[in-house]
Design a protein around this ligand. Structure first.
Ligand SMILES: Nc1ncnc2c1ncn2[C@@H]1O[C@H](COP(=O)(O)OP(=O)(O)O)[C@@H](O)[C@H]1O
Ligand SMILES: [Mg+2]
Length: 392
């Protein structure tokens, strides 16, 4: 028997709750940790409960119940929702499943059917390891003015647009970051507030402290308004913030900046992919080479680092193959030079796709986001596969 499975029941009818409790009591590994007649209370409790199996009645207050299911689905990647109802119309079932329930049980329960279902669900529930599907991408270069912020911002916007999943964009230029300006935002909370409060914010509260970009699934953490506050932020707080965000977001994009200190190294260590940004000129290439040396010293595997050429123009004096030889790394992607579109985007505080979605740079960013996302998903699958092999 594995570790016990935590269950929450949300049902207005006491009798129905008792029947569920009674049936579940025959499963030694199931632990009922909460029982609620009120949907909101049940939902709040579930959001604080980590990995949890939720039985929720959707026949008493259908609209409220659907809202709660949606809220749970959006805010907790770790909940497994079983909807229960005495209405079995296809329309009801579809609505409930679309909202985010994984199973549907008809009331009144038939004991044997209910127990068989619980057996299947618990087996499935165990197999969903605490999901670690979040992918962390950083943009880095030890030189300013290379395009780190432009790339972090536009990539994050495209990832959110493409996947419709939650993407967090973090400005780790803790002194004078540009991310909020690039998206014309004035976040009410910034990194200093989140760092100070991370230990007691639950998932829903944490999400509220991030600033949503327009009506998209992109959420931003900006640098502190007050530079003095930046100095108080610790590497441990950054680690805690990333760990908490991983439970909510599918992607985290970090604009690391140029500084190398314990905070940025923590972020680089946590990254699945570091986009090392260079432009085609000799000083920038030399700096890039030094960054590669640093990454080697930090023991990063080669597949974690991808070399990106920004502001690329055909017929450059220095050939791509020369750069690859000096940096000892293949060029993964080239972003074209398009000063007018880029400047116009920055001045208006919007992504390049909003200036002209057909411009070479907007199309390039779209393709770049798909390539990065495909790469990371394949990497994760390979890792899972290898881990499985090791366990055999
Ligand atoms: N692909 C591009 N084409 C033309 N100009 C670019 C491109 N990417 C960035 N820039 C310009 O380079 C400058 C620096 O970009 P930024 O993203 O702030 O760099 P960093 O974050 O590395 O300091 C900005 O003025 C921006 O307009
Ligand atoms: Mg920058």
């Amino acid at each position: 028997m594995g570790e016990s499975i935590n269950v929450i029941i949300i049902d207005k009818e006491e009798n129905s709750r008792n029947i569920i409790k009674n049936y579940l009591s025959s499963f030694g590994d199931v632990n009922i940790c909460g029982e609620f007649f009120d949907y909101d209370l049940g939902c709040d409790f579930a959001l604080k409960s980590g990995k949890v199996l939720i039985f929720i009645d959707v026949s008493q207050e259908p609209d409220k119940a659907l809202d709660v299911i949606k809220r749970l689905k959006e805010n907790s990647k770790q909940s497994y929702i079983v909807a229960m109802s005495n209405k079995t119309s296809t329309e009801t079932i579809i609505k409930v499943m679309r909202a985010g329930a994984k199973e549907f049980v008809t009331k009144p329960f038939i004991e044997s059917e209910f127990k068989t279902l619980v057996e299947t669900i618990t087996a499935e529930f165990r197999n969903i390891e605490t999901p670690d599907t979040c992918k962390i991408i950083s943009t880095f270069s030890n030189k300013g003015g290379i395009g780190k912020t432009s790339i972090a911002v536009n990539l994050a916007v495209e990832l959110a647009q493409m996947s419709k999943e939650k993407v967090a964009l973090i400005d780790l230029n803790l002194q004078l970051g540009d991310v909020a300006t690039f998206l014309d935002m004035t976040p009410p909370f910034a990194m200093d507030y989140i760092a100070d409060n991370i230990s007691h914010l639950d998932e829903e509260e944490l999400l509220k402290t991030l600033t949503r970009y327009k009506n998209t699934s992109l959420y931003v953490i900006a640098d502190p308004l007050n530079i003095d506050k930046s100095k108080e932020i610790t590497a441990e707080q950054i680690k805690n913030i990333l760990n908490a965000l991983k439970k909510i977001f599918s992607y985290i994009v970090i604009d690391i900046g140029t500084n190398i200190d314990s905070k940025t190294i923590t972020a680089l260590d946590s990254s699945d992919l570091i986009l090392l940004i260079a432009i085609v000129n000799l000083p920038a290439i030399r700096s890039t080479q030094r960054c590669m040396d640093l990454f080697n010293k930090l023991g990063y595997p080669p597949e974690k680092i991808k070399l990106i050429l920004n502001r690329y123009m055909e017929n450059e004096d220095i050939k791509t193959s020369d750069i690859e030889e000096v940096v000892k790394q293949k060029v993964y992607w080239k972003i074209p030079n398009n000063y007018l579109t880029m400047m116009s985007a920055i001045n208006k505080g919007v992504p390049v796709s909003e200036i002209n979605s057909e411009s070479n740079i907007a199309v390039n960013y779209k393709d770049f986001a798909s390539k990065v996302s495909d790469y990371l998903i394949t990497q994760k699958l390979n890792k899972d596969y290898n881990n499985r092999e090791l366990r055999i």
